[in-house]
Design a protein around this ligand. Structure first.
Ligand SMILES: Cc1cc2nc3c(=O)[nH]c(=O)nc-3n(C[C@H](O)[C@H](O)[C@H](O)COP(=O)(O)OP(=O)(O)OC[C@H]3O[C@@H](n4cnc5c(N)ncnc54)[C@H](O)[C@@H]3O)c2cc1C
Length: 331
């Protein structure tokens, strides 16, 4: 048994997903808490060279890249097979991955194969050394559970949007090792991954998110939200669950515990009450602006700027003034 920490990288279309860098920041924190050593990264893909090098250069950590020609897109069965075989010999203390749909898909099965604990949706760490525990929001964030693994290995999924993807310490570059394990999917094969509309799919990567709540009143008023979002580069439109349940936006746009967790530079909540299930998904945003006509709305408790206004009057006026002062250029 080693005290090593292993990170399983998430990637798409040949690029490392930003959430992987958040998991690396979490792993560095775990290393400090538990005095574990060292941290290394595993990457599974059919084409591994470019993403593996990107990781090693950017993080300064060693990367073991597993080339799996049979896996043109994510396949949970192959992940479990290849990771379990590799990690069974390595005996790491912690295997960390993102609490995304992928991580949630394979982490429990991997833990079973390794006879390991599986602690999912981890937000933070408490305690030091052997007393280190994993803090996980539960009951929609109303309480925080503290969990300690009792097995030598623990598989951990890390909640996105909480840990800042920190810069690497120093100028060191990691080494890349490429392996070609024999792996075959026996029970399922991936037919590919289809992206949702560009408008809605990328809220996890957006720098600015303009989110609509039921307070927008009706679907047609989404135009205001889209126009506001269009003022910013790298922006996306998102919504509360009610807005998605009503069919005004697709579910890939939903922010919250049962949607996506986001941490953009700027989050503008429009007509959103601030229910805990929504706030759990956006409270890691760097700067939060809330527009709500109710001055006692809970969303103002997490907002850096609160605007008590009717949004259907405020947003068009804001856009008009912005365009007249900035000449309508993207900010
Ligand atoms: C198990 C579970 C999981 C859930 N998961 C999620 C989740 O992932 N994401 C999520 O969002 N919700 C989730 N919910 C639902 C959540 O509890 C709330 O019901 C939901 O977030 C409320 O959406 P809202 O803020 O858009 O609507 P409302 O609560 O109806 O709030 C509308 C707000 O708009 C304001 N408003 C109205 N008109 C105007 C106007 N003209 N101008 C300005 N402000 C105005 C009102 O003052 C009010 O504050 C979940 C619930 C459960 C039970």
């Amino acid at each position: 048994m080693t005290s090593a920490i292993v990170i399983v990288a998430e990637h798409a279309e040949g690029r490392i997903k930003p959430v992987t860098y958040e998991v690396i920041a979490f792993a560095r924190k775990l290393q400090r808490h538990t005095s574990s050593s060292p941290i290394s990264i595993l990457l599974l893909a059919d084409e591994v060279e470019n993403p593996a090098q990107e990781l090693a250069d950017r993080c300064g950590l060693d990367v073991t890249a597993m080339r799996i020609p049979a896996m043109q897109s994510y396949n949970g069965e192959l992940y479990v097979q290849v990771l379990a075989e590799f990690l069974a010999d390595m005996h790491p203390a912690f295997v960390c991955t993102a609490h995304t749909s992928q991580g949630q898909d394979y982490a429990p099965a991997l833990a079973v194969k390794l006879s390991a604990a599986c602690i999912t949706g981890v937000g933070d760490l408490i305690g030091q050394g052997k007393e280190t525990a994993f803090a996980r929001p539960t009951y929609g964030g109303k309480v925080i559970a503290h969990l300690q693994p009792t097995s030598p290995t623990a598989v951990i999924t890390v909640q996105p949007g909480i840990h800042n993807a920190a810069a690497k310490p120093g100028n060191t570059k990691g080494n890349v090792t490429i392996l070609t394990p024999s792996a075959q999917n026996r029970r399922s094969r991936s037919l590919g991954i289809k992206q949702a509309d560009a408008d809605t799919a990328r809220i996890g990567d957006a720098s600015v998110i303009v989110a609509a709540g039921r307070g927008i009143g009706e679907e047609d008023n989404l135009d205001n939200i889209r126009q506001l979002a269009a003022l910013f580069a790298k922006s996306a439109v998102a919504g509360s669950r009610i807005v998605c349940d009503l069919g005004w936006l697709g579910y890939p746009c939903q922010v919250g515990v049962t949607g996506t967790t986001v941490s953009p530079q700027l989050y503008i909540a429009c007509g959103i009450s601030g229910a805990v299930q929504h706030v759990m998904g956006m409270q890691g945003s760097e700067f939060i602006v809330a527009i709500n006509k109710d001055p006692s709305a809970a969303i103002f408790q997490v907002a850096d700027i609160g605007i008590v206004e009717d949004l259907n009057a405020f947003i068009p006026e804001f856009i008009r003034v912005y365009n007249s002062e900035k000449g309508g250029q993207n900010g």
